[in-house]
Design a protein around this ligand. Structure first.
Ligand code: TYM
Length: 332
């Protein structure tokens, strides 16, 4: 039976990339009838330093972001990772399945640890094994993510296959990454070759889900572009990263294909297209950010949602962990 799992780090500040690459897609797929489990991965967040009070706030704000984006905590399971200890327990087993060489090839590790790998936390290196545990603890078959997480989902497949092979079982499923739509890789507004990220030092490079209307409009107005007007067809975007990014954002926000957008805006100068995009972005994002702000006024209600979600998650996770221990040979 199909089951969806995905996670987002509560590491402060959700961006338009998180919204279009993840949250909006989760909300849109909600009525497919497939059981869906979404996790605030607080244990992944602390692989780099987090101020304790900020981590709490970011976890609650992320939960508010899910709900404000349209993910219904009754239909889907919404919870935070640390409240389901089975994640850490299965991750240890996967630490013993995954190979050092596999982990060293992860581009996110190489980017984040950089030249200073000796000073990176051990957790940052083991990060993808915990992510594999998140997914496989629920026998999830489909993992909707942005393009940047594809390599980690592929590693999850390798871990599942090696576990199954080493223990001679067919226990863990081989999970499919689901990377669909016009905005699975939203790029920086300042540099079309870099992904939009909450860790970029320039706030002008990204749209935050909590930005007000004026800020969103100003960031789009100042977004870097080349001087040419938009091409008449989508093919003309292939070597124009900044123009392509803005068109992709427009397509995802307006729920149209890139071809349909180009039929509408092809040939327009940016002085016309940017105000259209700004108006659309404000119209789509401001109801989400005001709902987030409203939900954040009742943190106890958010905590209750996460508690309840964690109980539901545990009901699925505990028997799968117990069976894994049995396969591995842990005495009970
Ligand atoms: P994280 O927290 O960096 O991002 C959460 C989700 O947002 C997507 N995303 C983007 N999509 C398009 N354009 C962008 N610029 C952009 N930036 C972020 C990410 O691809 C992701 O889908 N390792 C994961 C969290 C995780 C996870 C999991 C995901 C932990 N366990 C299990 C799936 C399944 C991460 O750091 O995502």
């Amino acid at each position: 039976t199909p089951r969806v799992f995905s996670g987002i780090q509560p590491s402060g500040g959700l961006t338009l990339g998180n919204y279009l690459g993840a949250l909006k897609r989760f909300a849109d797929s909600q009525n497919s009838g497939v059981e869906s489990i979404y996790c605030m991965v607080d244990m992944h967040a602390i692989t780099v330093w987090q101020e304790p009070e900020k981590l709490k706030r970011a976890t609650r704000e992320l939960c508010a972001g899910f709900i404000a984006s349209g993910v219904d905590p009754e239909k889907s399971v919404l919870f935070n990772q640390s409240q389901v200890p089975e994640h850490a327990q299965l991750a240890w087993i996967f630490n013993c399945v995954a190979r050092m060489g596999w982990m060293k090839r992860m581009t996110q590790w190489k980017d984040k640890a950089g030249k200073n790998a000796e000073q990176a936390s051990l957790g940052l290196f083991a990060y993808p094994a915990l992510m594999a545990a998140d997914i496989l603890l629920y026998h999830a078959t489909h993992v909707p993510v942005g393009e940047d997480q594809k390599q980690h989902v592929e590693l999850t497949r390798d871990i599942a296959a090696k576990f199954n092979h080493d223990y001679g079982v067919e226990f863990f499923p081989i999970t499919e990454p689901v990377i669909e739509g016009a905005a699975t890789r939203v790029m920086s507004l300042r540099d079309g070759s870099k992904k939009m990220s909450k860790s970029d030092p320039s706030d002008m490079s990204r749209i935050n889900m909590t930005d007000d209307a004026d800020t969103i409009a100003a960031k789009i107005r100042k977004a870097r572009t080349d001087p040419e007007p938009l091409p008449s067809e989508a093919a003309g975007l292939s070597d124009r990263a900044e123009a392509r990014n803005l068109v992709n954002i427009y397509a995802a926000l307006s729920e149209q294909s890139v071809d349909a957008v180009m039929a509408e805006v092809g040939g327009k100068p940016f002085s016309e297209f940017k105000p259209m995009l700004a108006e659309l972005a404000v119209a789509k994002l401001s109801p989400v950010s005001s709902e987030m702000a409203r939900l954040m006024e009742e943190p106890a209600e958010i905590d209750a949602i996460l508690n309840r979600g964690s109980e539901r998650a545990r009901e699925i996770a505990a028997p799968i962990l117990a069976k894994t221990y049995e396969i591995v040979g842990m005495v009970r």
